[in-house]
Design a protein around this ligand. Structure first.
Ligand SMILES: [Zn+2]
Length: 310
């Protein structure tokens, strides 16, 4: 049993301005909490500067969109540019976005070939709102979708599952992976909040589960056990991705959900149990949302502790 932690230095250099809740302080808080928890040493840390290549991006994104993002990156220190209403880039953002996706690709390589049992990618910018040809919700490139398509097309895995537990629907992931062969996408999310998705699914490989404001973690556990688990057992994925958002935490004002630190341990345990039955626990978990640094850091530690069976 070995758990990897993947991160990159440019996490701290993707600056988004004082108004954005998606800030470098999120990563600082997680790193400080990991040190305070005494968990350092219990997992294999990989600080990588691997960047997603053009061909990796283009499995998930439109060439014009990639070129557009690159053209909008400012070359002046401190300058901020909006690439969507709520997505800001600065001088080092391209590097950070490429390295976020690169971390996930590296984690996939090491989990797929058995060097690691599972992995958590502590990265920003997040990815699950990034569409095929559109930035949204603090997301530039869709880290999980890029890695899922890499696992299928380059590593030749035949069955891959993506489980999105962020409070917000992974609409970008749905846009990119909907209809893709060999990939099943499951998403639970709070009803009637950003990105205001329909509850219906147009693609047979997209599975949406709706929570309502005030729901606690047990509602998510019930969805995963009753709805997702039978489908996952039947599908029998070779690799499971978690789009791990922590903004359903009761202390996080970005959603009306009321999850606790312990709920994140329970949710992780249920997914890990499913993974043990279908794919030798091969999980690559990737940070998405979570904007209240203290609860984010505690929930991430609970998640990693559970992944590592500590
Ligand atoms: Zn979110």
């Amino acid at each position: 049993m070995s758990t990897g932690l993947f991160t990159h230095e440019s996490c701290y250099r993707h600056l988004t301005g004082p108004m954005s809740p998606e800030s470098p302080e999120r990563i600082t808080a997680i790193e400080e909490r990991l040190v305070a928890s005494g968990l350092e040493g219990a997992f294999k840390r990989t600080q990588t500067n691997r960047q997603a290549r053009q061909e990796d991006l283009l499995r998930a994104h439109d060439q014009e969109y990639v070129d557009h993002v690159i053209s909008l990156i400012p070359h002046t220190e401190g300058e901020l540019v909006h690439i969507s209403e709520d997505t800001v880039v600065s001088e080092k953002s391209l590097e950070a976005a490429l390295e976020s996706a690169g971390c996930v690709l590296e984690a996939v390589d090491q989990v797929a070939d058995g060097r690691l049992t599972n992995a958590f990618c502590c990265v920003r910018p997040p990815g699950h709102h990034a569409h095929h040809a559109k930035a949204e919700g603090f997301c530039i490139f869709n880290n999980v979708a890029i890695a899922a398509l890499y696992a299928r097309d380059v590593l030749k895995l035949k069955r891959i599952a993506v489980l999105d537990i962020d409070a917000h629907h992974g609409d970008g992931t749905e846009d990119i992976l909907g209809g893709e062969t060999g990939i099943e996408f499951f998403s639970l999310f709070e009803k009637d909040i950003f990105p205001y998705p329909s509850e219906d699914t147009e693609q047979a490989n997209v599975h949406k589960s709706v929570l309502k404001a005030g729901d606690r973690g047990e509602a998510a556990c019930e969805i995963i056990r009753s709805d997702w688990e039978p489908k996952l057992r039947e599908f029998s994925p070779e690799l499971i991705f978690i789009s791990a958002g922590f903004d359903a935490h009761m202390s996080d004002t970005m959603s009306g959900l009321d999850f606790t630190d312990l709920d994140y341990a329970h949710i992780t345990r249920i997914i890990d149990d499913i993974a043990r039955n279908v794919c030798d626990e091969k999980i690559v978990s990737v940070l998405e949302g979570g904007y209240e640094p203290r609860s984010l850091s505690r929930a991430v530690v609970a998640h990693i502790r559970t992944l590592a069976h500590l």
